[in-house]
Design a protein around this ligand. Structure first.
Ligand code: NI
Length: 174
């Protein structure tokens, strides 16, 4: 198992759409393990393969937060959003936008079809944080980021904030 580096905006690799997962063999199992380790270490509630530079249509989510809530890792390979219902504004973060939180409009309820870690198809209808996370992570598979869902002004501010952060990070690592 290995923690993989998470790409940060404005890394262009975040814009590459994922290809369908066709092989659920050993390499894919290793990828899921690495993604899980990377997500829990961050920590985050969701991670999509393109965020670690792997252009595949797969993301993982674990929305368990409190100590009394059992941790449940969910794998969504080749997801398809079948239905979106109602609207909600939600304060979102993203591991590719360290330190940022932005209010984003999403559907409150989602129905999704996907394949699990072993390629078994499943369907899920859900709401709450899980529904938000599914929409957020699904965007990553199309190279779409939370900044794209902001109004012009907030988008500019977040863009500048991230450039500034990237500059500080590269100086620090020299
Ligand atoms: Ni994200």
């Amino acid at each position: 198992m290995a923690i993989r580096p998470i790409l940060h905006y404005p890394d262009k690799r975040l814009r590459i759409p994922g290809k369908p997962v066709e092989d659920f063999g050993a390499d894919f199992q290793q990828l899921i393990e690495d993604m899980a380790e990377t997500m829990y270490a961050a920590p985050g509630v969701g991670l999509a393969a393109p965020q670690i530079g792997v252009s595949l249509r797969v993301f993982i989510i674990d929305v368990a937060t409190g100590e009394d809530e059992p941790s449940q890792l969910r794998v969504f390979a080749n997801p398809e959003i079948l239905e979106l219902q109602e609207e909600i504004a939600f304060d979102e973060g993203c591991l590719s936008f360290p330190g940022a939180r932005e209010e984003i409009q999403r559907a409150a309820r989602v129905r999704v079809r996907a394949q699990d870690q072993h390629g078994e198809p499943f369907e899920l209808e859900t709401d709450g944080l899980l529904a938000i996370a599914i929409q957020h992570e699904n965007d990553h598979l199309d190279g779409k980021l939370m900044i794209d869902r902001l109004g012009v002004l907030r988008r500019r501010m977040l863009h500048r904030q991230m450039l500034k952060r990237a500059a500080t990070e590269s100086r620090a690592s020299v």
